[in-house]
Design a protein around this ligand. Structure first.
Ligand SMILES: NC(=O)C1=CN([C@@H]2O[C@H](COP(=O)(O)OP(=O)(O)OC[C@H]3O[C@@H](n4cnc5c(N)ncnc54)[C@H](O)[C@@H]3O)[C@@H](O)[C@H]2O)C=CC1
Ligand SMILES: CC(=O)C(=O)O
Ligand SMILES: [Mg+2]
Length: 371
C-alpha cells in the first residue's frame, strides 16, 4: 500500500503522523511511504532522515492526498483537507466527531473510510490509541494550571505545592481515567491537595490502591462535584464517554460559587468540553476568563510537546497502521478493536455514540463492511 503523511496544519500542531522510525517499519514490510516536505520539522526530523528510512518526499499536501491509499495524520482533517479525501482511501487519525458536525459532514461527503484513533479499543477495555496522548495531556494539565494560577495570568497567585507553613493548592480532578490519573500524579508530586471524582467505583478502588491514600477519591455526584469545585483552586475536566459528546458537569451558574482566580482546565474539550462555559482555544491564546474563573481549553494539548507526543503516539499506532497497510479493509473485518475505530465508511456513520451525538443515522461496521 502507498501510505502518505501530510504536514499537520492545525494552529500550533507540531506532531507528525509517522516518525522516521515508524516509516522504516512500513518500508521493511513492503509498503511505499510518501511524506510532505517539512512534515517532521516539529520533531526535528529532516526530509533526509525520512529519505534514509525509505520514504519519498513530495512537495505538497496535495501530492500526498492524491497519491496515498492511506493517510496517516494526528489531528482531525481541516476543511481544506476533507476536500482532498476520496472513496477507497483510508484516513487514520484523531477525529473527535461528536462535537464537530461540519467535519462529520465533510468526511461523509468525501466517501473516505475514516478510522478514529480515539475509539479504537483493546481487550482490556481501554482505548490504546487515545491513552498515550491522555498520559501527555494529563501531565500537561497541571503545568497549564500552574501557569494560569499565577497572578499576572489572572489566577489566584498561588504556588501549587505551597511552602512549609502555607497550604498547597486544592486540585479537583473530575474523571479518574488516563488523563485524570496522570494529572493527579503530577499534582500530588508537586505537593498539591488532590481529590479525584469518578462514576466508576471499581476505578475509584484502583486509584485508592495506586495512590496509597496520598490522593482522596470521591464518587462523582452533582452534590460532590459542587462541594469540591467551590473549595477548589484548580479543576481538571477529564471525563470521557467514548465516542460521545462530553457530559456537562459544571454550569455557568456554579462559577459564581467558585473562588475568584480559580482555574478550570478542560482536557475533555476535544469531545466538546465538560464545563458549560468551555470553548476550544489554541496554544496561541490558550486561556480566557468567565465570571472571574480562568479557563484553559486547548484541544490539542500534546501538540505543544511534539517530540514526546509523536513518539508516544507512534508506539501505539504502529501495529494497527501496519495491519491496515497490509490487509486494507480486511484488517478492520478481522479485528473488532479496529472495527470499533471505524467512524465513517463510504458516507455512512459507523460508530453508535458518534451518530447519536450528531443525531444522524447509524449502521454498524459489520454491516457496511460486509457489503
Ligand atoms: N485536550 C487534549 O489535548 C486531549 C484531550 N483528551 C481527552 O481527555 C478526555 C479523557 O480521556 P481519558 O482519560 O483517556 O479517558 P478515560 O476513558 O481513560 O477516562 C474517563 C473517565 O471519566 C469517567 N467518567 C465518565 N463520566 C463521569 C462523570 N459524570 N463524573 C466523573 N467521572 C466520569 C469514566 O468513568 C472514566 O474513568 C477525553 O475526552 C479525551 O479525548 C485526551 C488527550 C488530549
Ligand atoms: C487526543 C487529542 O485530541 C490530541 O492528542 O490532540
Ligand atoms: Mg475539531
Amino acid at each position: 500500500m502507498r501510505v502518505g503523511v501530510p504536514k499537520e496544519i492545525k494552529v500550533h500542531e507540531y506532531r507528525v503522523g509517522l516518525t522516521p522510525e515508524a516509516v522504516r517499519e512500513y518500508v521493511s514490510a513492503g509498503h511505499a511511504v510518501i511524506i510532505e516536505t517539512g512534515a517532521g520539522a516539529g520533531i526535528s526530523a529532516s526530509d533526509a532522515a525520512y529519505e534514509a528510512a525509505g520514504a519519498r518526499i513530495v512537495a505538497s499536501a496535495a501530492d500526498v492526498f492524491a497519491e496515498a491509499d492511506m493517510i496517516v495524520k494526528v489531528k482531525e482533517p481541516q476543511p481544506g483537507e476533507w476536500a482532498q479525501l476520496r472513496e477507497g482511501q483510508i484516513l487514520f487519525t484523531y477525529l473527535h466527531l461528536a462535537p464537530d458536525p461540519a467535519q462529520a459532514a465533510g468526511l461523509v461527503e468525501s466517501g473516505v473510510t475514516a478510522i478514529a484513533y480515539e475509539t479504537v479499543t483493546d481487550r482490556f477495555g481501554g482505548l490504546p490509541l487515545l491513552a498515550p496522548m491522555s498520559e501527555v495531556a494529563g501531565r500537561l494539565a497541571i503545568e497549564a494550571a500552574a501557569v494560569s494560577l499565577k497572578r499576572h495570568a489572572g489566577g489566584r497567585g498561588m504556588l501549587i505545592g505551597g511552602v512549609p507553613g502555607v497550604p498547597p493548592a486544592r486540585i479537583v480532578v473530575i474523571g479518574g481515567g488516563v488523563v485524570g490519573t496522570h494529572a493527579a500524579r503530577m499534582a500530588a508530586g508537586l505537593g498539591a491537595d488532590v481529590v479525584i471524582l469518578d462514576r466508576s467505583l471499581p476505578r475509584l478502588r484502583q486509584l485508592d490502591e495506586l495512590f496509597g491514600g496520598r490522593v482522596r477519591t470521591r464518587f462523582s455526584t452533582l452534590d460532590a462535584i459542587e462541594t469540591e469545585i467551590f473549595a477548589a483552586d484548580v479543576v481538571i475536566g477529564a471525563v470521557l464517554i467514548p465516542g460521545a459528546a462530553a457530559p456537562r458537569l459544571v454550569s455557568r451558574a456554579q462559577l459564581s460559587g467558585m473562588k475568584r482566580g480559580a482555574v478550570l482546565v478542560d482536557v475533555a474539550i476535544d469531545q466538546g468540553g465538560c464545563f458549560e462555559t468551555s470553548r476550544a482555544t489554541t496554544h496561541a491564546d490558550p486561556t480566557y476568563e468567565v465570571d472571574g474563573v480562568i479557563h484553559y481549553c486547548v484541544a490539542n494539548m500534546p501538540g505543544a510537546v511534539p517530540l514526546t507526543s509523536s513518539y508516544a503516539l507512534n508506539n501505539a499506532t504502529l501495529p494497527f497502521g501496519l495491519a491496515l497497510a497490509s490487509k486494507g479493509l480486511d484488517a478492520i473485518r478481522s479485528d473488532p478493536h479496529l472495527a470499533a475505530g471505524l467512524n465513517i465508511h463510504r458516507g455512512e456513520i459507523t460508530n453508535a455514540p458518534v451518530a447519536a451525538s450528531l443525531q444522524k443515522p447509524y449502521r454498524s461496521a459489520e454491516e457496511v463492511l460486509a457489503l
